[in-house]
Design a protein around this ligand. Structure first.
Ligand code: AMP
Length: 398
């Protein structure tokens, strides 16, 4: 069944076509009609199931076609608040919303700490329809009277279990106290623990619809994740080897710097492998052209910095390579989430050198399992990567 049967407006369907989604995932099939009917929901769904679209699409649909569609927002007001545990997730969710609302006249922004508050305040001056925020910064904004909730229509608690794990419960309670009583509430959580249930009791209506997505074929991404230990100096040779000898047909390759991206492309080309790169030093028009060529299969290997790849969506991507391991575990999850979508299988390969050990432990702790390690005899490792520690806690959790 396609998206058109779910009751979404033509402008949203057009945006979905642009991003290449063809069929709704299991959570989308269940949540979209429920949210459109105006009910509260509590949904057990993990990252990778398509949960973001499952709440973003009906919210956008209601805001652009529902009874308040012609509403003019007053200054410092918002219509939907989406709370997320981390800044990375806030950015990612907002990027998805921007894509889906491409053909609508709705505004959205991400709001998170660790960065200047003033520009975020400025953005709010005329009101913003949808705000995706981390709890701490949102409260700061409210305390400074830069943001008022009296026009709020929808509250989304995204990854509720992680927000609780990260100690945001007090902030969340304080935020909920400020919201109008009449509102729609949507709670998403990977697991529905007792703590999540008690948060739900306080924040959402008793007659909320419960949705649980079994980890079946259609919802759970099948991403084969493994890492290869390699000395830094051997990384580009190893990548060429994998592409040629393992007969790789396609890969999106993440790298740290734009200089590194250009250098890697030339190293690959010297070994007879055609590749392209995108990074902040290239114009938007060129980036779009390259992306289109990658999507259509004209380019098989695309090297990208993490920033340049943010928000890009490639329908069927078979493989993601972390040529440089990301500094944040969440970034790793987002990167690998670009493959193995909506039931298709994918592969995520990470190049790990000795000095990536801390990042590796943080990623494996976040995944709650160790990644399968491989080493290729053609590339013996001189600086061994130590055995991982699973309960590793990164210094800055917020
Ligand atoms: P999420 O669970 O929201 O983190 O989504 C996981 C990934 O699946 C995101 O990168 C989405 O762009 C992608 N996605 C969501 N819905 C669909 C769909 N119906 N078809 C294909 N990809 C999808």
């Amino acid at each position: 069944m396609g998206f058109s049967k779910l009751g979404l407006s033509p402008n949203l369907l057009k945006a979905l076509e642009d991003v290449g989604y063809k069929t709704p995932t299991a959570i989308q099939n269940k949540a979209i009609p429920a949210i459109l009917s105006g009910r509260d929901i509590i949904a057990a769904a993990q990252t990778g199931t398509g949960k973001t679209a499952s709440f973003a699409l009906p919210i956008l649909n209601q805001f652009s076609t529902g009874k308040n569609k012609d509403r003019t927002l007053r200054g410092k007001r918002i219509r939907a608040l989406i709370l997320t545990p981390t800044r990375e997730l806030a950015v990612q969710v907002e990027a998805s919303i921007s894509q889906y609302s491409k053909h609508l006249e709705l505004s959205s922004m991400a709001m998170y700490g660790g960065t200047e508050i003033e520009p975020q305040k400025q953005r709010l001056i005329w009101g913003v329809d949808i705000v995706v925020a981390t709890p701490g910064r949102l409260l700061d904004m409210a305390h400074q009277r830069a943001l008022h909730f009296d026009e709020l229509e929808v509250l989304v608690l995204d990854e509720a279990d992680r927000m609780l794990d990260m100690g945001f419960i007090d902030d969340i309670n304080k935020i909920i106290e400020r919201l109008p009583l009449q509102r729609q509430n949507l709670l998403f959580s990977a697991t529905i623990s007792n703590e999540v249930r008690s948060l739900a009791k306080r924040s959402i209506n008793d007659d909320a619809i419960e949705i649980s997505i079994k980890a079946d074929k259609s919802s759970k991404p099948k991403i084969d994740q493994w890492l290869v230990t390699v000395d830094k100096s051997n990384k580009s040779a190893l990548l060429s080897y994998l592409i040629k000898d393992q007969n790789w047909q396609q890969a999106l390759i993440f790298i740290e710097t734009k200089h590194g991206a250009a250098k890697l492309v030339s190293q690959l080309e010297k070994r007879g492998i055609q590749a392209e790169c995108i990074h902040s030093g290239r114009t938007q028009a060129i980036r779009e052209q390259i992306l289109n060529d990658f999507k259509s299969g004209k380019i098989h290997f695309l090297v990208s910095t993490g920033i340049a790849a943010r928000g890009i969506d490639i329908g069927e991507l078979t493989r993601v390579v972390n040529y440089d391991l990301p500094g944040q575990a969440d970034e790793y999850i987002h990167r690998i989430g670009r493959t193995g979508r909506a039931g298709a299988s994918g592969e995520a390969v990470s190049f790990v050198s000795k000095d990536n050990f801390r990042e590796l432990c943080a990623i494996e702790s976040r995944l709650n399992h160790l990644l399968e390690r491989k080493e290729f005899e053609e590339f013996p490792v001189k600086k061994a990567v130590p055995v991982s520690v699973l309960n590793f806690v990164p210094k800055h959790k917020r």
